[in-house]
Design a protein around this ligand. Structure first.
Ligand SMILES: *[C@@H]1O[C@H](CO)[C@@H](O)[C@H](O)[C@H]1NC(C)=O
Length: 292
């Protein structure tokens, strides 16, 4: 759901270098782009009330709905830190499922773990992979700047490690197969969105060379000595951030990390939340994963 402004002209005009998209997806992107432009104020704040009219939410469900239970689990009420758990209910009870911890996108500013498109995406992942998914509801910038989002994410990981959670126990989850996944800001792969988002996210006075943005840049502490896991970067051919995604992948390779880059030539930033697109087919995604 990231139709960022700098893509707008290319997405909505009849431009030969834009991806080939169904009408419905084009219309949704154009509405979303208009809303996202309207709610971002020039003084760096967000009109949350206006955004809430367009950011439709999906309710949690303790009962299976399309073969997935989706309860919410509170981690820390003082900062409204919680996650939504996606537990498939029709998989073979004898086989343990991998665990995927998912960080949604939205420039650190928009959307939540219960936003309809992310809820639907996580449900598809849960049934098609299949896997148990935890979708983290981290705090938003600019109301909460860096490092709030990292603290929230780490605290959810610690909570999972130390707390008994119904639906998430060693009987149904193979904790040795645990994956961290995310899109856009959520994956922290999107090293550049627009200046507006970085200004909203970073502490006042810092720039894009801040170590959390330019992760292989001059101010970065690097990842040497860190047991960094194997990493897959997914990239859309029409994503304005693709050069940064490629550099991220190359940066990992240069540090000797096992890294893979998978490109979707006809896709734009956030394509995976549109089930209408053949590129967001999870079967195709899983086939691509198995080539890594
Ligand atoms: C930003 O603008 C909005 C709307 O004009 C206003 O309500 C808000 O107080 C302003 N915030 C700051 C920090 O200037």
């Amino acid at each position: 759901m990231h139709a960022y402004t700098d893509r707008k002209s290319k997405m909505t005009q009849n431009n030969p270098i834009s991806p080939n998209l169904p009408c419905k997806v084009r219309l949704l992107i154009s509405i979303l782009t208009t809303v996202i432009d309207a709610v971002r104020r020039s003084n760096g704040t967000v009109n949350r009330r206006l955004m809430s009219l367009f950011d439709f939410k999906a309710l949690p469900s303790d009962k299976p709905n399309n073969a997935v239970k989706t309860p919410d689990v509170m981690v820390d009420p003082s900062r409204n830190l919680w996650f939504r758990l996606y537990v498939p209910t029709t998989t073979d009870p004898a086989s343990k499922l991998p665990l995927v911890i998912y960080f949604h996108g939205g420039g650190f500013v928009f959307f939540s773990a219960n936003s309809q498109p992310y809820n639907d995406l996580c449900k598809r992942l849960a049934t098609k992979l299949p896997a148990v998914i935890i979708s983290v509801n981290y705090r938003h910038a600019p109301e909460h700047r860096y490092p709030s989002q990292y603290e929230d994410s780490m605290d959810v990981l610690k909570f999972i490690d130390t707390t008994r959670i119904e639906g998430l126990d060693l009987n149904n989850v193979d904790i040795t197969r645990c994956f961290l996944a995310g899109d856009s800001a959520g994956g922290n792969l999107a090293h550049h969105v627009t200046d507006w988002y970085w200004k909203a996210f970073l502490p006042e006075g810092s720039n894009r060379d801040h170590a959390v943005v330019n992760v292989f840049g001059p101010e970065s502490s690097g990842i040497l000595g860190v047991k960094f896991p194997a990493t897959i970067v997914f990239m859309g051919g029409f994503d304005p951030l693709q050069d940064w995604q490629k550099m991220y992948y190359q940066g990992l390779k240069k540090k000797g990390i096992q890294a893979y880059l998978i490109e979707y030539p006809n896709s734009f930033h956030g394509f995976y939340v549109f089930p209408e697109l053949k590129e967001s087919s999870l079967k195709d995604f899983i086939d691509k994963l198995s080539t890594c």
